[in-house]
Design a protein around this ligand. Structure first.
Ligand SMILES: Cc1ncc(COP(=O)(O)O)c(C=O)c1O
Ligand SMILES: [Zn+2]
Length: 398
């Protein structure tokens, strides 16, 4: 049995300040029901030596294993996730004077950044002896859970909103997962899943309802640091926001790098949401501590159709503490951005992944990004499973 060297020390609830033993399986805070976050022993840890060790390791996200929660190498369940490219996009007319980059997670296993969170959460679930897992999903999280559960030999049940593309359903089934369709959005799918699974002894892997998916998402920030610091480090990161777990994960990465003395100033985090479902951006603009549910949500970006994000407090905190902000884009702008990323830059983007590019004109206009800055767009998933023409038909004429 070999140790990973994980510095995991405890789980902590930011809402009620309770602390818990990380080596027992737990979902949300047993005291108050909020999100638990992993805390690591960083005091006696040599950050500089740690960073110097990365180049000699393989390119997957497990190169950061000391700041991941998995304790034994045998628990690691991998399909080769992480190590995605950062690519220069030059400058574009929508934001002249801004040096643009994209980090493209479209080539990760199952085609999206969700592989990061699931690889870590499933590895840890296996280590803690869990065998039955379920998740409500707009698509990508379900595919990732199904693939990693298959690899780990665990059982997975996926609850999909009824309008999820049939390719997701068949993809999950091909990995051997049980799929249930639920009328409504991810919100209804989540409520139905939790009702149905109650008493079955299964474990809820919904984002922010267990502590370890966000640890996998943290590797987005660690990889940006690894690839771009110090000479090309971005001033701002533009992120397509549904529940916002990715923002919480990246903020956590930069906070831990700061605690290790490796980083002074973190990039500003900029949240992009579709105009038809923007509870996080609305809360940012209203100065609210938590998002309120969005009535009649609608967008062509399935992963951004999250009308009532759980733990929005953490997402809002991550954006605000970074000095960032938020903006909305229309579905038409998202479609145009998918086309531009593909035809001008050779980058295939899902509707979610195209949203940051779609936001450039608005961000520039609102001075959320400025001349002379370097800005990284986060490309969360491949567009290869989508037909732009079909998406265009879903929209009423502009
Ligand atoms: C491709 C894609 N991008 C972005 C998101 C939103 O992620 P987050 O929960 O981190 O806001 C999702 C969520 O399903 C997604 O599938
Ligand atoms: Zn609590």
């Amino acid at each position: 049995m070999s140790e990973t060297g994980s510095r995991l020390r405890r789980l902590e609830c930011r809402a009620c300040c309770s602390e818990f033993d990380p080596d027992r399986a737990v979902g949300t805070c047993p005291t108050c029901g909020h999100t638990l976050l992993a805390r690591y022993d960083l005091e006696e840890f040599d950050g500089r030596a740690w960073r110097a060790s990365w180049p000699g390791r393989d390119a997957s996200l497990w190169r950061f294993r000391e700041l991941l929660p998995v304790r034994r190498s045998e628990s690691i369940t991998t399909l080769g996730e992480g190590g995605s490219p950062v690519l220069p996009l030059g400058s574009v007319a929508d934001a002249p004077g801004v040096e643009l980059w994209i980090k493209d997670d479209g080539g990760l296993p199952t085609g999206s950044f969700k592989a990061r969170g699931m690889a870590v959460a499933i590895s840890r679930a296996r280590e803690l002896g869990l065998s039955d897992l379920f998740v409500p999903s707009a698509g990508n999280a379900g595919l990732a859970l199904a693939a990693y559960a298959a690899r780990a030999g665990l059982r997975a049940r996926i609850y999909l909103p009824q309008r999820t593309p049939s390719s997701v359903r068949s993809g999950c089934a091909a990995y051997g997962a049980a799929v249930t369709e639920v009328p409504g959005t991810i919100r209804e799918a989540g409520e139905f899943a939790r009702r149905t699974e109650k008493g079955r002894g299964s474990f809820d892997l919904s984002t922010m309802r267990e502590p370890y998916r966000v640890e996998g998402k943290k590797t987005m920030g660690l990889e940006i640091f690894d690839a771009m610091f110090p000479d090309r480090f971005p001033d701002a990161i533009v992120y397509p926001t549904g529940g916002g777990t990715g923002l919480v994960g990246m903020a956590k990465a930069f906070a831990e790098l700061r605690a290790l003395g490796l980083l002074e100033r973190a990039p500003r985090l900029l949240a992009v949401q579709p105009a038809g479902c923007a509870p996080v951006v609305r809360a940012l603009r209203d100065g609210a501590a938590a998002a309120t549910p969005w009535a009649e949500p609608s967008t062509i970006a399935p992963g951004l159709l999250v009308p009532a994000p759980f733990a929005s407090e953490r997402t809002l905190e991550a954006v605000r503490m970074s000095g960032g902000g938020g903006i909305v884009v229309s579905d038409h702008e998202i479609l145009a951005a998918m086309r531009s990323l593909g035809s001008r830059h050779g980058v295939s983007a899902s509707p979610e992944a195209a949203a940051p590019y779609a936001a450039l004109a608005g961000l520039y206009h609102d001075r959320l990004i400025r001349d002379g800055e370097r800005v990284l767009l986060y490309g969360t998933g491949t567009g290869l499973a989508f037909s732009i023409d079909e998406l265009a038909r879903q929209l009423s004429p502009a």
